[in-house]
Every structure is written in C-alpha cells, then in structure tokens.
Design a protein around this ligand. Structure first.
Ligand code: FEO
Length: 164
C-alpha cells in the first residue's frame, strides 16, 4: 500500500509531466508559426513523450492501489526572443524535472517505499538522456549562430524525430 505522502508527491509529478507536455507543445506551436516544421515536429514528439511519462505514473499509482488526483495545469510560455532561447529553456526545464525526480526518490527512500524507489529508476535514467539531448541541441544552436543554412540543416535533422 502506498503512503499518503508518496501518493501526493506522485500526483504532483503527474502534474509536472503534463505541464512539460504542455510547455513543449507550446514550443511546437511557436516553431510552426516561424515556419520551422522540423523543430516543431521535434517538440511535438517531445510533448507526446512527456504525456507518456505522466501516464506511466498514473498507471503506477493505480497498480499499487493508490488514487490518482489530477490538478490544474498552469499555462506555458508562448513566445520566445530567439530560437536559441527555446532550447535553453528546454535544457533548464529538464534540469528542474531531474531535481523533482531526485526529490521524489529521496522521499521514497526516507519512507522506505522500495516499490516506488524501484519504479523511479526508469525516470532517473530517462532524465540523463533528456538533459544530454537538450544540451547537445543548445550547443549546436550556439555553433550555428546566425547561419541560415545551419538552421535549415538542423531543422531537417530534428524533423526526422519520430515517436518511440
Ligand atoms: Fe518527463 Fe522531460 O521529463
């Protein structure tokens, strides 16, 4: 059986993952309006992944006999000063998500909830990948600078991302 403390923390994480999905979907819309369909596609896939993260926790809570409680999702940022800023925000956001996963893990350890400690391992690994990917794109964007052809090439590369 799940403790109230862990259940509340997991429900909070569901909300954070749905917010991430919303945040990335907003970035997808932004790039769509800037005619960068590849970047837009990349963020759409990212948004779907975040939705899947939320549902993974949703299913886990149900599986262990807990109660899922959905909360209000705050509105995301809708405009950016530059294309680079979007990816900087992505990297920064993923670092925040990693922090909240780590806090959730710390709480599960304190509460001696071994099942949840085990469940969260997948998220720990996932965050390493998420942060690394976002950081790589920030570096590429910095290299590209004002080059239109560089931007065009990266748009093509990111546009090839498909849902897993
Ligand atoms: Fe669900 Fe990008 O962390």
């Amino acid at each position: 059986m799940i403790s109230k403390k862990i259940q509340d923390a997991l429900n909070k994480q569901i909300n954070a993952e749905f917010y991430s999905s919303y945040f990335y979907l907003s970035m997808s819309a932004y790039f769509e309006s800037e005619d960068l369909q590849g970047f837009s596609q990349w963020f759409r896939v990212q948004a779907n992944e975040e939705y899947a993260h939320a549902m993974k926790i949703f299913d886990y809570i149900s599986q262990i006999g807990g109660e899922v409680k959905l909360m209000e999702i705050k509105g995301p940022k809708t405009d950016w000063g530059s294309f680079l800023e979007v990816f900087q925000d992505t990297f920064e956001h993923e670092q925040k998500v990693t922090k909240s996963i780590n806090e959730l893990l710390d709480l599960s350890i304190t509460e001696k909830d071994h099942a949840t400690v085990n469940f969260l391992q997948w998220f720990v690994s996932e965050q390493i990948e998420e942060e690394a990917t976002a950081q790589q794109i920030v570096k590429k964007m910095e290299m590209i600078g004002d080059s239109k052809s560089g931007l065009f090439m990266l748009d093509r590369e990111l546009g090839s991302r498909v849902a897993q």
